[in-house]
Design a protein around this ligand. Structure first.
Ligand SMILES: Nc1ncnc2c1ncn2[C@@H]1O[C@H](COP(=O)(O)OP(=O)(O)OP(=O)(O)O)[C@@H](O)[C@H]1O
Ligand SMILES: [Zn+2]
Length: 816
């Protein structure tokens, strides 16, 4: 083949034509990486999207510099997937490529490589180029590709870098976030240095004769070490038997007889325990599995609608096993990786090293490692967040999307918007594999698909152990106020119920889904509030950090002591945040151990793990938190969930607000009474007659979803129409305004008026110094959708012809 279409890691439309040099013609294949020059002197790693022989155009394409792979690295299913994504989500292939690949697999001129200090260099075993590069790095620490080009031939650069990455001598610089720290595990060993000094074991042992327990502990460790010198001794293994305590160990460490040390737990390689089988399924679970099997036989995907604590995990495990037994691989998608504990432990116990993880807390090196393992088909099961959709699977047989309703699947952490749940469905199609969506509170879209049998509806309506579902009670705040039965944000009833739990040594959850201490700090004299300097939003007061934070751009400012405007000293907080609820809780229940779980409190390393352990051990009495507490907690001692300010959940300007409120409340409620069946939920509101609270209270699935569907139909929202939001952004508001008006008029030339809303200023008119305008498109769901989308593309092309508007940033949110 003489020519190739190449995907570049740049936000540019389409692919680019390059000439294949003579010596690569035989070797080049679609899906391989190539090194190519682009835009002057820059070098990039591109992906071969297409190969062809004839090329007729006036311009002469540049030549490919070199091939980086001997086999395609991107499978054809992935390329199909990228193409679909690009056209469905209106984004460029280059953006997808950038997002899909770990950065060290897509080296480019601006990429820096860095010397790692973790290994001494074995100079003997390096080739000339590797030696040059490491020598240069010893002097300079960081080099970019252009600098490396000065002493290594272009064609050899990537090979050299890759070899050194493999040897862990260098890494590609990640200017991104803090490195993921692998979990550390404590081990114990005898201090051999001390043994040498004392020269006599007998002497040491007899020196401990007045501390029997310490002597025993020392001998136990010694014994284990002698028995198997290769095997590190886990601290937990020593303590598990319950014979020793920490103070005995501490004394031994102080006497320099024993050492405690830490090793990183490599989550992939080091599962040391026995492999275990999972428990038998209950009759109900078996029924669900057979429904799923039937659906799969009919080539249908499944929505598993299993109520909280029904044991969806066990059903996933069963289907995972089936898939693995048929020699195919599984992708298990989770909204967030931190909340995976239980299913992870289960799968680790069963599959050990054949289980892999992929998420954005991994370092680039770790990502590449997983990437290669997937490519080599060494992992049978991958647990990952939405970026794992892009791994080079060869043999995918099943995709499970757990908590399919979770908005993390639509997170905006990528440069282009996509919904991982819908994308997973397409990916499954390209791989000819099956998919299970699972949730206790499915999204309205999935529910609607299931009701139309586009995917198979598999309900699981019984909790494991046939335990009762939690009972809901609505508390009227106005009534409590008029009877003076209210303490701060809590009704007397709520306080009494929590006290009852404390008496019975049960745990309670308090949900308040608003970060910070107060929404704003306001001057009582002049009404001044502090706005973020970058965004048009007020700054939230965080008391624990004693600062103001902007939740949109992250900007921070000190808490003012006097009003910045009138210098008055009368500053007051308005609007209650979760920190304030925590403070109040601690005051009312002064004897109780109160903890808070929200992104701010969980930012510290291992904060989540530590709190999880406290909850598990029953040390936490009351857990206060934001939506974070609705996920993944499976503890038997939680019986009460209270929501003191439930109205805050529904009066949000968003057509999904009620659906989200229902999902959140039901999910948090699901944490209660999972074993006892005594779960109780108290919801405080000023509007007890609001239909959403009635519906949540009754938990009648059909009633709830019918209500949502009716509302959406009435106001023309999904699933009855398709929504596309166009967001336009620029530093200069007048220019943005003109550009938005222009795009609006172009759109109206092609697309019927009733499908277009706006342009108008976004609800938050400025974020991070960019002004924001939006145009909302409501397209019909029938065959016209495709036509309208083509007309949209045509309009955008027309818009792009105006050079002055090139600098306007545009985002497309398809099905947001
Ligand atoms: N067949 C079974 N044998 C033994 N234990 C089971 C079985 N099925 C479920 N369980 C246990 O019941 C509890 C609830 O199951 P699981 O956490 O999977 O529920 P879930 O449907 O995922 O709920 P949620 O949506 O609330 O997270 C877990 O502790 C789980 O180990
Ligand atoms: Zn801001």
């Amino acid at each position: 083949m003489n020519f190739a279409q190449i995907i570049l890691p740049l936000n540019l439309k389409g692919t680019f034509t390059y000439k294949v040099p003579e010596d690569l013609m035989e070797k080049i294949e679609v899906g391989m990486r190539v090194l190519i020059p682009f835009g002057g002197k820059k070098i990039y790693t591109g992906i071969v999207a297409e190969l062809f022989d004839e090329f007729e155009d006036s311009f002469v394409p540049k030549e490919i510099i070199n091939l980086l792979d001997s086999q395609p690295i991107v499978p054809k299913q992935q390329l199909e997937f990228w193409n679909w994504m690009s056209s469905y989500y209106l984004c460029n292939l280059g953006e997808i490529y950038r997002f899909a690949f770990p950065s060290s697999l897509k080296l480019e001129s601006e990429t820096y490589v860095r010397l790692l200090s973790e290994r001494t260099i074995d100079w003997q075993n390096l080739d000339a180029n590797e030696t040059y590069l490491l020598q240069a790095l010893e002097v300079r620490q960081m080099l970019n590709l252009q600098e490396i080009e000065a002493f290594i031939p272009k064609k050899e650069i990537i090979k050299t870098i890759n070899a050194l990455i493999d040897e862990r001598y260098i890494s590609v610089d990640e200017k991104i976030t803090e490195k993921y720290k692998a979990k550390e595990i404590a081990y114990l060993r005898i201090n051999n240095e001390e043994l040498k000094i004392k020269n006599s074991l007998a002497e040491i042992i007899s020196s401990l004769k007045n501390a029997r327990k310490q002597q025993e502990l020392f001998l136990l460790i010694l014994d284990k070490e002698t028995e198997n010198p290769e095997k590190p001794i886990r601290k937990s293994e020593i303590f598990d038997e319950g014979n020793f305590n920490n103070s005995q160990l501490k004394s031994l460490i102080e006497k320099k007889l024993v050492q405690e040390y830490y090793l990183e737990k490599d989550r992939i390689d080091s599962y040391e325990g026995e492999l275990e089988e999972i428990e038998q399924l209950t009759e109900n679970q078996k029924l669900a599995v057979s429904e799923i099997n039937k659906a799969f036989q009919e080539d249908k995907n499944v929505l598993l609608h299993g109520i909280t604590s029904s044991g969806k995990t066990h059903i996933y495990l069963e289907k995972i096993e089936d898939c693995v037994n048929s020699e195919k691989n599984v992708l298990l998608l989770l909204p967030e990786i931190a909340l995976t504990k239980q299913i992870t432990i289960r799968l680790e116990k069963k599959y050990g090293k054949k289980l892999g993880f992929y998420h954005n807390k991994l370092t680039d090196f770790e990502r590449v490692e997983v990437w290669r393992k997937i490519k080599k088909n060494e992992l049978q099961i991958l647990i990952g967040t939405r970026n794992s959709l892009f791994l080079p699977f060869e043999n995918l047989g099943l995709i499970i999307v757990d908590e399919e309703h979770d908005s993390a699947y639509k997170s905006r952490d990528s440069n282009f918007f996509f919904n991982a749940k819908d994308s997973a469905m397409m990916l499954a199609e390209f791989y000819n594999s099956r998919m299970v969506l699972g949730s206790a509170t499915p999204s309205l879209e999935s529910y609607d698909l299931a009701m139309k049998d586009k995917i198979r509806y598999v309900p699981l309506n019984e909790r494991f152990g046939n335990v009762d579902v939690p009972k809901f009670e609505i508390i009227d705040v106005k009534e409590a106020q008029s009877q003076k039965k209210i303490i701060g944000n809590f009704s007397q009833k709520m306080v009494d119920e929590i006290n009852l739990q404390l008496e019975h040594k049960k745990q309670s959850i308090i949900l308040h889904n608003r970060r910070g201490y107060a929404n704003v700090i306001e001057c009582e004299t002049c009404g001044h509030v502090t706005y973020c300097s970058n965004c048009d939003v007020v700054m939230t007061y965080h008391k624990s950090a004693n600062e103001l934070k902007c939740h949109y751009c992250g900007h921070r400012a000190g808490k003012p002591t006097t009003c910045p405007s009138c210098h008055g000293a009368n500053l007051n907080t308005k609007g209650v945040g979760v920190e304030q609820i925590e403070e109040e809780t601690q005051k009312i229940f002064s004897e109780a151990e109160v903890d808070r779980m929200d992104v701010d409190a969980m930012r510290k390393k291992f904060a989540y793990e530590k709190l999880y352990e406290k909850l598990e051990n029953g040390e936490t009495d009351i857990l206060v938190g934001t939506q974070m507490i609705s996920k993944g907690l499976d503890f038997e001692n939680i019986e009460l969930v209270v929501i003191p300010k439930a109205d805050a959940l529904i009066y949000v300007q968003d057509f999904r607000a009620e659906e989200r409120a229902y999902q959140l409340i039901t999910q948090v409620a699901g944490r209660a009474g999972r074993v006892s069946g005594e779960g109780k939920i108290l919801i405080q509101t000023y509007n007890p007659s609001h239909s959403i609270f009635e519906l949540i209270k009754n938990q009648n699935v059909k009633e709830i979803y019918d209500y949502f569907l009716d509302e959406r139909k009435k106001f023309l929202y999904p699933p009855f129409v398709k929504l596309i939001m166009i967001e336009l952004k620029h530093r200069k508001e007048d220019k943005l305004n003109r550009a938005s008006q222009f795009l609006g008029s172009v759109l109206r030339k092609y697309i019927p008026e009733e499908c277009i809303l706006g342009p108008e200023k976004s609800p938050i008119a400025r974020i991070n110094n960019l002004y924001q305008y939006q145009i909302l498109l409501k397209f019909p769901k029938n065959k016209n959708y495709k036509i309208y989308k083509e007309l949209l593309s045509k309009s955008l092309e027309e818009f792009d012809e105006i050079t002055a508007y090139k600098s306007i940033k545009r985002d497309f949110l398809v099905d947001f």
